[in-house]
Design a protein around this ligand. Structure first.
Ligand code: 5GP
Ligand code: MG
Ligand code: MG
Length: 183
């Protein structure tokens, strides 16, 4: 899929397919180095993190465990509600595990800050965060995000796992959704 296939649904492209894959290789190298003496459990946050999880995990040089959680915060709208609900919990016991949360995007940071507290309370040995995208608002929240792919402007973006009402997740790049699509 390319830009032409989306017509006027998108405005600016923030990360191309090639840029994403290149950045993932760099992030994977950092993660490999940081966890060389520890077994790693990747926790992907459904559904947005499916693409980054699949590509990041395959870019790593060591075998890892992978598990998934589904939480809700946005519903089908475009604003964070701050209310987080677990829709699907992990199958793995986190006791003494080194956990790396894999996220698609940090916007307000509300979801992640809740998730961080929740996962730490289960007795994990360590919990770090890896996100493909980060918006400026995230800087206002006191969360230590160890691995960040790209910073994007404060606009509603789609692609590379990110949806609008479940659509556009399969777009292989990240772009701003044209406001006429959702207003
Ligand atoms: P936060 O709690 O950090 O505000 O955002 C939580 C979730 O909202 C993200 O994991 C993501 O699923 C969704 N989200 C935030 N910003 C955007 C955006 O620009 N586009 C899309 N499609 N989802 C977003
Ligand atoms: Mg997410
Ligand atoms: Mg969504």
């Amino acid at each position: 899929m390319d830009e032409q296939d989306l017509g006027d649904d998108i405005t600016t492209i923030h990360a191309t397919e090639a840029q994403i894959q290149h950045r993932l290789t760099e992030m994977a190298a950092e993660i490999d180095r940081d966890y060389k003496d520890r077994e790693l459990l990747l926790v992907g946050v459904l559904k947005g993190a499916v693409m980054v999880m699949a590509d990041l995990a395959r870019a790593l040089h060591s075998p890892v465990r992978m598990d998934w959680m589904a939480v809700s915060s946005y519903g089908s709208g475009t604003k964070s509600s701050g209310v987080v609900r677990i829709l699907k919990d992990l199958d793995t016991d986190l006791k003494d595990q080194h956990v790396l949360i894999v996220e698609d995007i940090i916007d307000s940071g509300l979801t992640l800050s809740w998730l961080l507290t929740n996962l730490k309370s289960r007795g994990a040995a360590s919990v770090e965060i890896c996100t493909m995208l980060r918006k400026p608002e995230a800087a206002k929240v006191d969360i230590d995000v160890k691995y960040v792919g790209f910073d994007v402007p404060n606009e509603f973006v789609i692609g590379y796992g990110l949806d609008f009402a479940e659509k556009y997740r399969n777009v292989p790049f990240v772009a701003t959704l044209a406001p006429h699509v959702y207003s």
